[in-house]
Each structure stands twice: as C-alpha cells, then as structure tokens.
Write a protein that binds this ligand. Structure first.
Ligand code: SF4
Length: 413
C-alpha cells in the first residue's frame, strides 16, 4: 500500500474529510503530514482549511471568524436593531442550534433578547426526539423556550394527518409543500405569543442555493425575486424575519458545531425522501464538485436578479380570511387548510388553488388558529379528468374514501 505523503486524507466523502487536517489517514492508518500553523493566531496547529478562502485555521480562530461574519451580516443588513426581542426558530437540527448559539454569543454586542420558538408539526417518530433536543439546549443555554403545535393552531391537523390525506390523492410527495407553508405560519404565531419583534431562522447558504435552484426549475419568478433577499422587513402585519446564516456554508455550520461541541438532532424527517428539494440538493452537490463556488454564486445570483415588469408578481394584498399577506384572495396557509378540510388537498396546490378560492368558505373552517376541530368531509379526493376541477363519478362520498378511479390513479403516480 502506498504511504500517504500528504496531510490530506485519501477519501473526500464527508465535509470533515475535506476540511480537517487529520493526524493520520483513516484508511491507511499512517501518520499524515503535520498540519500547518494557524494563519490567524500563528500559535496553534490549523485544524481546517476554509472552503471559501483556503485559509488554514485552528478551531478557536475559525469559530471567532465565523461569529464575526454572522455579526457582520446582521449589522450590515441592519437585520436586528438593538432592543429587538428575537424569536429563534429552533428545530434541534444543526442550523438552528448553531444560529441560537452564535446569537447568544453575540447578544451583548447586538443588545437583543432571545426566545426559542419550536414548532411541533405532529410527525410521529421524528419531531418528539427533535423537541427533546431543543428543550435540553434551552435548559443548557438558559434561554426561554415556547413550543407551538400544528394540532393546536390548525384545528387538529398534524403533518401525519396531512400526509394521510394527501397520500389518499396519490400526492404524498407534496407533504413538504404543506409543511413549509404551515410551519411559517406556526412560527409567526409562536413569535407573536412570546412578544417577539423579529424572527430569525437557521437557513444557510446551501439551503438558499437549493431554494434558488428549485425556483429556477419550477419557473417560479415571484419566489426567485424574493429568494436572494436576506430578510423581509415585515410587510403588512407580518413580523420582520431574517436569515443571519445565509452566507455560511453548510460545511462551516457543521464545523462550527463540531468545534463548539454543540449537540444537535441529525435524523432526517420521515417525509424528506419524498421532497423535491432532495433532487435539487443532489444536483447542487454535482455542480459544486465541478465548481466549488456554485452555492454562493447561486445565492448572489438571486440577490442580483431583476425581473422584467411583466414578470413581476402583483403587490401582495391581505388574506380575506386571516388578514395575513396574500397574493390571492386567500393566503397560502388558509388555501392549503381549506383544501384539506374539503377533502381536496390536491386543489390546494398549483392551479387548483384558483378553483378552491372561488368557492365559499366551509362552515367551521379549520384554517384559523382559533377555529374548532371538525371532522374532514367532502367528496372523494380524486378527479376524473385529473384537471384539478372535475370530481369523479363517485364524488360526493366522504373524504379519504377510495373510488375505483382513485385506485387506478394512485397506482400510476
Ligand atoms: Fe416538514 Fe418536509 Fe421538513 Fe418534514 S422534511 S419537517 S415534512 S418540511
């Protein structure tokens, strides 16, 4: 076996392999070349080479540089003014864990108050464990924690119930579409509950690049135009929200957690494999292998994107049902919940939404946080012509009932 003469490991299949200077090659078990001296403190041995700058840094200098960059992002973008009460969207995962820790370190400099807000989507076998991680983080860091649940906010709907409902129409892969919209609403409600003036989320540069790529692939110009913005100023009645880690790569987020010895929950959601985002992530990895700057290039390209006047979405109005910002009669959350309550989840996404919005609201609609739970009812969830409008010949039955046509469609999707 050929001895490894470089300090680089022989495998690059994980971020740490790319960035850390190991003491020995983990495959050949031979001593690697000594790491260079940290280019910042010139005292300690370097532990990693930063992907963007190529700088060789020790763990402490890297963490200090990472925190300084987040501070710069917040100050330069005027994201969190002194005195702000900041609701940190906490999921127990690496991004929100790192975000909460960094902001806690920066609290004296920024003059802000932090409050963790976690959302319980009602995903059996996944979210319970993640919420335990958030609770232990809150206790360790002595930060207040509030948990808001879909079931309480949305009249009994949990993500597991949504998944069952959408799977009934052969669209189980749309779970994340529902969850993303409802989670945004739930975080807003939780932030208001704790008296927050601002919301921060842990989206990193890789998340942002995936979103930009997905919007390109879907031709969603409205979202593309919003995709590069660091944060929203709180249009309408919405609270201002921002993403202080937007320019931090996922690899560096993982490394920061590693050097600060942060414990986080790293299981994948049970519905994640169905998500379209997974395809964008795979594509991004391939692009990054060919061009390492792809992630930040995509984030910056969205920032610089200018839409022709004809392609610009109309200025948002307010939802006729809940008063939230909306570009149609109903906001996304109310439209999705309305579709679920009618037993027509498919009508709530894509072009079917227009049809749904033209219909009168259901009595006892569950799209508002204060409404009472009602049993799902409505016609069969399939559409004979598959145009999202025409009901099948068996329409009129209870939601979730499977007609013969439904079975055929499910088999082919
Ligand atoms: Fe929700 Fe999808 Fe994330 Fe699961 S993977 S928590 S369903 S957005």
């Amino acid at each position: 076996m050929t001895p490894l003469l470089s300090h680089q490991p022989c495998s690059v299949d994980a971020p740490n392999d790319l960035l850390l200077f190991p003491s020995q090659c983990r495959h050949h078990k031979l001593p690697a070349m000594p790491a260079p001296t940290c280019s910042s403190c010139h005292a300690a041995r370097a532990a990693l080479r930063r992907p963007r700058s190529g700088q060789a840094l020790c763990g402490s200098c890297f963490c200090a540089a990472f925190e300084a960059e987040v501070l710069h992002t917040v100050l330069a973008g005027r994201l969190l003014p002194p005195g702000a009460v900041v609701a940190v969207g906490a999921s127990g995962g690496k991004d929100s864990t790192v975000l909460a820790h960094v902001l806690r370190e920066l609290t004296p400099r920024l003059g802000i108050t932090l409050h963790l807000v976690a959302v319980d989507e009602g995903i059996g076998g996944y979210r319970d464990a993640a919420l335990e991680a958030v609770s232990s983080q809150a206790a360790r860091w002595e930060l207040p924690l509030t948990i808001v649940a879909y079931a309480d906010l949305f009249g009994g709907w949990t993500m597991d119930a949504v998944a069952r409902s959408t799977a009934g129409s052969g669209r189980s892969r749309s779970c994340c579409t529902f969850c993303g919209v409802l989670r945004r609403r739930a975080l807003e409600e939780g932030a208001r509950l704790v008296g927050a003036t601002h919301i921060v989320t842990g989206h990193n540069a890789d998340d942002m690049a995936e979103t930009v790529l997905m919007n390109f692939l879907r031709g969603d110009t409205g979202r593309l135009a919003r995709g590069g913005v660091l944060g929203s100023g709180g249009e309408g009645c919405a609270l201002p929200r921002c993403r202080p880690l937007q320019f931090a790569s996922q690899k560096e987020v993982v490394l920061y957690a590693h050097f600060r010895r942060l414990r986080y929950f790293s299981e994948e959601c049970v519905y994640a494999p169905e998500a379209f985002r997974g395809h964008a992530r795979d594509l991004l990895k391939q692009l990054e292998a060919a061009r390492p700057s792809t992630v930040l290039d995509l984030v910056h390209s969205a920032e610089r994107l200018a839409l022709a006047p004809a392609a610009r979405p109309p200025p948002p109005g307010t939802c006729s049902r809940c008063g939230a910002l909306a570009s149609h009669t109903l906001c996304q959350a109310c439209a999705l919940l309305d579709g679920l309550n009618r037993g027509l989840p498919r009508l709530a996404i894509g072009k079917g939404r227009r049809v749904l919005q033209a219909q009168p609201p259901l009595p006892g609609n569950r799209s508002q946080a204060t409404s009472d739970p009602v049993a799902p009812q409505g016609p069969c969830t399939c559409e004979q012509s598959r145009d999202g409008v025409t009901l099948c010949r068996d329409g009129g039955g209870q939601a979730g009932a499977t007609c013969a046509l439904q079975s055929d469609l499910s088999a082919t999707e």
